[in-house]
Ligand binder design. Structure first.
Ligand code: HSE
Length: 305
């Protein structure tokens, strides 16, 4: 009987304001691949919002899995993959990082690469170009990371944040590459000092789980939001409305266009009801941090083990 695996990877939010290209938080929205070895390549998009017309050679799952196998001088065998996703494309919820992490795991399984967690952190962050979303998708929870000039990632992993996160997803796509083009190449020293002090305070507040302060420093970014906010529908209005409705703080999710608020757990449902009335054009979801990161289950006779 041929083997079948289910690979599950959480999506993520990155930056949380000033933690630019460093801080990531996994969310309980998932990408799932069901994989078996086959005679020829086939990737079936089971979820409606995934595009149906991608040729295999251009598919991110295929290209990254092939590239990962090649790093270890292995050839990827043809696979049949069913792909399901709760992550909207190009909205700032880590759909590309989740796909990269899933594809690396695919190569790991079918080529028996025996990758360590550190290997997965390094390879996924190198491919993404920054470690924020990828580390959160690999490990789950909150990750504060640095990638050195050799592509080696160091991550501080914080679990059990006791708060909820509400995402405001507009009906437009914004590619990260476009949202990075509006950022300045350089900052002057005084500005850079203030920006990095805000990031330090955010990281320290996250480690202390001081939610009021986390919210305050999430709203203090100077690295990217002042330059990206003009690309984001209702950016200022969502900040004000979320604060009035009890949010600790609000920031751009990754490169946007999704905006994310951190809120106390006990106001979740009422907060979402209020926000849906005020922002009917947005999809608004109540999420929690995922605590598992990537997981693999073997499927025997179509029963998960
Ligand atoms: N840190 C990245 C950015 C996240 O803000 O551009 C999106 O990939």
């Amino acid at each position: 009987m041929s083997k079948k695996w289910q690979i599950t990877v959480p999506g993520s939010t990155a930056n949380l304001g000033p933690g630019f290209d460093s801080i990531g938080l996994s969310l309980n929205l998932y990408l799932e691949l069901t994989v078996s070895i086959a005679e020829q390549w086939e990737i079936i998009h089971v979820t409606d919002h995934l595009p149906q017309d991608i040729v295999i050679e251009d598919h991110l799952i295929y290209t990254i899995a092939k590239e990962t196998a090649a790093r270890f001088n292995k050839e990827l065998p043809p696979c049949r993959i069913e792909m399901r996703s709760e992550l909207p494309y190009a909205r700032g919820l880590g759909s590309s990082a989740a796909a990269i992490v899933a594809a690396i795991e695919l190569a790991n399984l079918v080529c028996n690469l025996q990758l360590s967690t550190q290997d997965k952190l390094n390879i996924s962050s190198q491919i993404e170009g920054h470690p924020d979303n990828a580390t959160a998708s690999v490990l789950g929870g909150l990750t504060i990371s640095q990638m050195d000039e050799h592509g080696v990632v160091d991550t501080i992993h914080i679990k059990d944040l006791d708060a909820s996160f509400v995402v405001f997803i507009p009906n437009i796509e914004l590619k990260t590459s476009k949202a990075r083009k509006v950022l300045p190449e350089q900052f002057d020293r005084g500005y850079a000092v203030r920006a990095s002090a805000n990031a330090n305070m955010l990281a320290a507040s996250l480690m202390l789980k001081d939610y009021e302060r986390i919210g305050r420093y999430m709203e203090s970014d100077l690295f990217h939001e002042p330059f990206r906010s003009k690309l984001i529908p209702n950016f200022d209005e969502i900040h004000c409305a979320a604060k009035d409705a009890g949010a600790y703080g609000t920031a751009l999710s990754g490169a946007g266009p999704t905006v994310i608020s951190i809120i106390p757990n006990d106001i979740g449902e009422q907060f979402v009801v209020k926000m849906k009335k005020q922002f009917p054009a947005h999809e608004i979801l109540l999420t929690k941090p995922d605590h598992r990161g990537i997981s693999v289950t073997e499927v025997l006779n179509d029963v998960l083990t």
